[in-house]
Ligand binder design. Structure first.
Ligand SMILES: Cc1cc2nc3c(=O)[nH]c(=O)nc-3n(C[C@H](O)[C@H](O)[C@H](O)COP(=O)(O)OP(=O)(O)OC[C@H]3O[C@@H](n4cnc5c(N)ncnc54)[C@H](O)[C@@H]3O)c2cc1C
Length: 390
């Protein structure tokens, strides 16, 4: 007769994982890179431009960057689900606790591939793949975050160029990026249909940057960008004029799923660190893992993680079949980001005072986790989107 213990299996076995061999191999490449290049000095990430460019070039050499560039431009021609793998592996590593979303700006390569002319892709893809070019995405503004249609940055056609005025805020890698995918108004009267997407070279005249200090991941290089008559070649318009919202909505489901994967990775890492700590830490003459409260806390955390993982897998399968919906992908990001916060908060509690110390990884994970409920759609905006479909 099998005992209760014989039936305990890893989540991977309980819920048949939905990734292809190529996607899993990509995950292994990322894991090996982070272990080798980032984790040993994870809390001393160099945030200056030279140090970060050096790290990106090493990531490029490892084959992590620009994987969605089509084969005819020398890329791997990978599908959007590789972003789920990248996001998960980053967060499953201590690297995320200090580096933050930094590497995930590489996912914006999809915007170039989907909307750029052959000439534009050929111009930028080699640098993106080698890590010479660091990307960023500029949607949010001081007066327009959740309400994207309220964007005030303008782009006015002038001969073969657009002249862009305005600014962006909270831009990941904004402090060090070479290029930014900027959403700007080309038609002031048209609301959503008046927004267009441009590839802007941030080394152009008229671009100024202000680095922002953040409560988590000091290596996120979050910045505010200001554009004063920045001239962008007309060929850098991605897709059609007025098409930005359509382009952003086209990637919405995958974007939300990949942030869900990021939350899952963080929760799993925190759980593993906490289980180890609970076995080693003693109080009242026994390991704290021997208290029933600790066991119940860990059991609840494991349950949340397993439920989240199963739902994520379901969404990955749907995305692969082209049937992922905005509403379900919103649920995926909403549940996983909120569940990960509950799990990580519970983990920190089990670390006691050490959990509050900056030198303890769990405190870095805790701080880095908080933003998952804010960016890529706040929890409130996601609930709004889910409610709309009811
Ligand atoms: C670390 C970090 C990195 C980021 N990176 C990038 C980046 O690379 N590129 C980029 O473009 N942006 C980036 N962002 C911006 C991020 O996407 C926005 O912060 C987010 O969309 C929320 O916008 P907001 O900050 O203007 O908040 P607001 O929209 O002002 O919202 C404030 C509060 O009001 C709530 N609220 C707003 N509207 C509603 C509503 N209709 N119903 C109920 N509640 C509502 C919100 O949920 C929130 O709680 C980043 C943010 C952070 C913190």
């Amino acid at each position: 007769m099998p005992t209760e213990h014989d039936e305990v299996q890893q989540p991977e076995l309980l819920y048949h994982q939905p990734f292809s061999d190529e996607e899993l191999a990509y995950g292994e490449t990322i894991r090996a890179f982070l272990r080798r290049e980032v984790e040993p000095g994870y809390d001393e990430i160099g945030t200056d431009s030279a140090a970060r460019h050096d790290l990106w070039k090493r990531a490029g050499a490892a084959g992590i960057l620009g994987v969605s560039v089509p084969e005819r431009f020398g890329g791997a021609g990978g599908g959007p689900l590789l972003s789920v793998i990248l996001s998960y592996e980053l967060a499953r590593s201590l690297a995320y606790a200090t580096l933050g979303s930094s590497f995930t700006t590489d996912l914006a390569t999809g915007l170039l591939v989907a909307g750029g002319s052959d000439e534009l892709i050929a111009r930028w893809a080699p640098g993106i793949m080698s890590g010479e070019i660091i990307q960023s995405t500029g949607i949010s503004e001081a007066e327009a975050g959740s309400d994207v249609v309220a964007i005030r940055t303008t782009a006015v056609r002038d001969g073969d160029e657009y002249v862009i005025n305005g600014g962006k805020i909270f831009i990941t890698n904004g402090d060090i990026a070479d290029i930014c995918y900027v959403v700007a108004k080309t038609d002031k009267e048209a609301r959503g249909r008046g927004l267009s997407l441009f590839l802007m070279d941030l080394r152009s005249d008229g671009v100024t940057r202000r680095k922002l200090a953040t409560m988590g991941f000091p290596g996120g290089n979050t910045a505010e960008l200001h554009f004063d008559h920045v001239r962008v070649p007309a060929g850098n318009l991605l897709g059609a004029e007025g098409g930005a919202m359509r382009q952003l909505i086209a990637t919405l489901a995958e974007d939300r799923i990949q942030v869900g994967a990021r939350a899952l990775g963080q929760a799993e890492l925190a759980f593993d660190l906490t289980l180890d700590y609970a076995r080693q830490r003693h109080a009242f003459g026994k390991a704290i893992v021997d208290f029933q409260n600790t066991q119940f806390q860990l059991a609840s955390m494991k349950t949340e993680i397993s439920v989240g993982r199963a739902f994520l897998y379901e969404q990955v399968r749907k995305a692969r079949s082209g049937i992922a919906t905005a509403s379900e992908s919103a649920m995926c990001k909403l549940f996983l980001s909120e569940a990960s916060s509950r799990v990580i908060d519970g983990c920190l509690q089990l670390f006691g005072g050490m959990g509050f110390m900056d030198e303890t990884p769990i405190s870095r994970i805790y701080a880095a986790n908080r933003v998952l409920r804010i960016y890529a759609g706040t929890s409130e905006i996601l609930r709004r989107s889910i409610a709309k479909d009811l």
